[in-house]
Design a protein around this ligand. Structure first.
Ligand code: CA
Length: 219
């Protein structure tokens, strides 16, 4: 899952990026709206975390602009503006959720998961073979036992499970997993998929590599 973070405060942005990356999300961060506008038009994001008080173009104007362009990605406003009028205005301008600073990281992550789930008809778990894919806990289980996956392995599997039965091209997978400044190479992707297959195929998950094209998890 790929997050676009628009936040001018380095302290807030750095701690968020550290926490969310360790949970397996890819994050592109911009300090100002104009850069984020280019990014959102060119990269596939699953969610946007948007500060309102930004230098130059304000967060609310950015939100209005992307909704005007019919960009429907879920937007979570993360701001110090905590009046009811601000909340109402943010939601009415097309935000999907509104969190005020200071925020609790655990709650913010739960709200992110809820927004991502809403895009998948609120499915909280998926069964594949002998495995249960728990999208709330962000873990894979065989019965009660957790199958140990790295955040990157989990992120690859999550994309495949959300597209179960369909080919996910290497280009799309790489775009979803790359950070703006550090692209994920096809070679690195092949290595992650190889490790995932070795870990999960004993439990009946069929992860196919379609040579030269991409990857597919059979339903
Ligand atoms: Ca700010």
């Amino acid at each position: 899952m790929k997050i676009l973070l628009i936040e001018d405060d380095d302290l807030v942005a750095d701690s968020l990026m550290l926490a969310l990356r360790s949970s397996g999300y890819s994050i592109d961060r911009f300090r100002e709206a104009p850069g984020a506008e280019i990014a959102i038009a060119t990269a596939p994001y699953d969610i946007v975390i948007l500060d309102l008080g930004l230098p130059g173009i304000d967060g609310l104007s950015f939100l209005k602009q992307i909704r005007h362009k019919k960009i429907s990605v879920p937007v979570l406003i993360l701001t110090a503006r905590d009046s009811y009028d601000d909340r109402i205005q943010g939601l009415d301008c097309g935000a999907n959720d509104y969190v005020t600073k200071p925020f609790h990281l655990g709650e913010l992550e739960a709200r992110i998961r809820a927004l991502l789930r809403a895009g998948c008809r609120n499915v909280t778990s998926v069964e594949i073979g002998e495995l249960t894919f728990d999208t709330v806990g962000r873990v894979v289980r065989k019965g009660e036992q957790i199958v140990e996956l790295s955040p990157r392995e989990y992120a690859v599997l999550e994309i495949l499970v959300h597209n179960i039965g369909s080919l996910v091209t290497k280009q799309r997978m790489s775009a979803l997993l790359s950070d703006w400044d550090t692209p994920l190479t096809f070679n690195a992707l092949d290595i992650v998929v190889h490790r995932l297959r070795r870990k999960l195929e004993p439990y009946g998950l069929k992860l196919q590599t379609i040579r030269g094209l991409g990857f597919l998890v059979e339903s």
